[in-house]
Write a protein that binds this ligand. Structure first.
Ligand code: AMP
Length: 485
């Protein structure tokens, strides 16, 4: 299985670079030592095998801890340092861990970053002698935006991940090389680069948050990386494309870009093909609830003649149906909800009744909330049927922002609306708020207080208004609100 395969690859590639972050590079030999040392400590300090929270920002100890957890038979829960305190508390409350790794203050047993780095580096380590994780055990729990205002944790099993990585190996034709990482480990986009690097003995090349914010540094890093495969969101590619030097001279070894996470536009693909002559572009689709992705297509120039780029065909152990509200299958060309059935469907949310997780023909299924249609076997994404959006590649429930605004006790009403460009991309999120009587607050003050509750990428521009315009049905006229911005 996957973990045995990874163990073999690590042992076979001892002298190759396993991980590059900042100025540091680590070989597979070092990485193996880290994993072995952490594994021993986990078996002692987390004997209950409760899920382990791993808090950090893509340091090597995070990846080593993830793998050590899996070998030791426990799930891991990645939390990025960009997460706010109240959301971290909610995650801790939901997960009920007995061990946290990283610099997180709480009353749970904790191994700090310094301590874990010391443990990792002990020279007299013992090999991994037993892999404890079973196929139906939870491999990781990734938290995503929830409409109640609290993050919800998706439980992904070993079986789910195994099937995902087998498929990713096949569609990317993975070879040993350099795999570029964009996403934080708390987003499921990173699952592809985390595990493809391990199964191919590749160098996992990390782009840190601060490097991504500084174009000069970012381009230097990209050039140094000699990346062969990049996993990214279309928004990140659009950002890179703003600079003319993002081309095959900058990344001469780049063979494949694997996209996932949001709608891929024709303009993005066309520009990439102009700048990289021999690049393969793969569009893949799927929610965290279905383990990274479930459909894919390698885009040919012929496909670019279509207006809407397809999201591809399902992986072989998954079926996808386009259904109406009563779960009746719709005919080709008809728009309905995308229903995912089969091996990739996760084990539900932590602590929640399974709501969108259903049984379909006796199999595990997930109602995505995405609208789409089929043409022959090819699937096309159209839009969401609810108030979930993608902004700069991040998944956000608008109700999550609204609910957190209403927790500021001076706000009477809040309506959060995305501003959408002609091409269908969210360019801004605006929160219209009405204050309670006799309250004096500035828009920036509200934003600052909201930043204590939700991460920066979710935080909208605030507009204070006295009255919400109503439409003919007496509901808030969101069109009118957004027109004025
Ligand atoms: P996440 O759980 O963050 O991966 O977000 C999942 C959601 O992102 C899906 O339900 C879709 O709405 C959207 N999404 C993911 N991949 C694609 C894609 N290739 N095209 C369009 N939307 C996508």
């Amino acid at each position: 299985m996957l973990l045995e395969e990874i163990l073999t690859k690590i042992t076979k590639n001892q002298n190759n670079v396993a991980y590059t972050v900042g100025e540091n590079q680590y070989t597979y030999k070092e990485f193996y030592k880290y994993v072995c040392n952490i594994y021993r400590v986990l078996l002692i300090k987390n004997s209950s095998k409760r899920p382990v929270i791993v808090y950090g920002s893509k340091e090597i100890f995070m990846k080593a801890t993830f793998l050590a957890c899996s070998f030791a038979g426990m799930a891991y829960v990645p939390i990025d340092i960009g997460m706010t305190e109240n959301r971290i508390n909610s995650i801790i409350e939901q997960v009920k861990p007995e061990l946290i790794i990283g610099n997180l203050k709480s009353n749970i047993k904790n191994i700090s970053r310094n301590e874990i780095e010391k443990i990792m580096n002990e020279e007299n380590y013992i090999d991994i002698n037993k892999i404890y994780l079973q196929p139906d055990d939870i491999f990781y729990i990734i938290f995503t935006s929830g409409s109640t205002g609290l993050p919800k944790g998706v439980k992904v099993t070993y079986r789910n991940l195994e099937s995902c990585i087998e498929w990713l190996k096949y569609i990317t034709k993975i070879e040993k090389g350099v795999i570029l990482n964009q996403a934080s480990f708390s987003f499921d986009l990173s699952v592809a680069d985390l595990y493809l690097s391990l199964v191919s003995g590749s160098n996992h090349y990390i782009l840190e948050k601060q490097e991504q914010l500084n174009f000069k540094l970012l381009f230097e890093k990209l050039n140094k990386s000699k990346a062969t495969l990049a996993v990214m969101t279309p928004s990140f590619a659009d950002l890179l494309l703003l600079d003319k030097s993002f081309n095959e001279n900058l990344l001469p070894n780049l063979k494949t870009i694997l996209f996932c996470g949001e709608k891929l536009l024709k303009t993005t693909v066309s520009k990439l093909y102009e700048r990289f002559k021999n690049l393969e572009i793969i569009n893949s689709y799927g929610p965290t609830e279905c383990t990274f992705a479930v459909t894919s297509i390698a885009l040919t120039k012929k496909i670019l003649k279509e207006n809407n780029i397809p999201i591809g065909i399902p992986k072989k152990d998954v079926e996808i149906y386009i259904v109406d509200d009563k779960l009746n299958k719709l005919k080709d060309g008809k728009v309905g909800e995308i229903l995912i059935v089969g091996q990739s469907v996760a084990d539900g949310y932590i602590g929640e009744s399974k709501n969108s997780f259903i049984k379909y023909n006796g199999k595990n299924a997930y109602l995505t909330g995405d609208l789409g249609y089929k043409k022959e076997k090819m699937i096309y994404y159209q839009c969401r049927k609810d108030n979930q959006i993608k902004y700069k590649g991040y998944r956000i429930e608008l109700a999550d922002i609204e609910s957190n605004l209403l927790h500021l006790n001076y706000i009477e009403k809040a309506v959060v609306i995305p501003k959408i460009s002609e091409s269908g991309k969210v360019t801004k999120i605006i929160a219209f708020v009405k204050l309670k009587e006799n309250i004096e607050k500035k828009e920036l003050e509200i934003r600052k207080e909201l930043l204590n509750k939700i991460p920066e990428y979710m935080c909208p521009t605030i507009k204070i208004i006295d009255k919400f315009p109503l439409n003919k049905n007496g509901k808030c006229d969101t069109k009118k609100l957004i027109e004025g911005v």
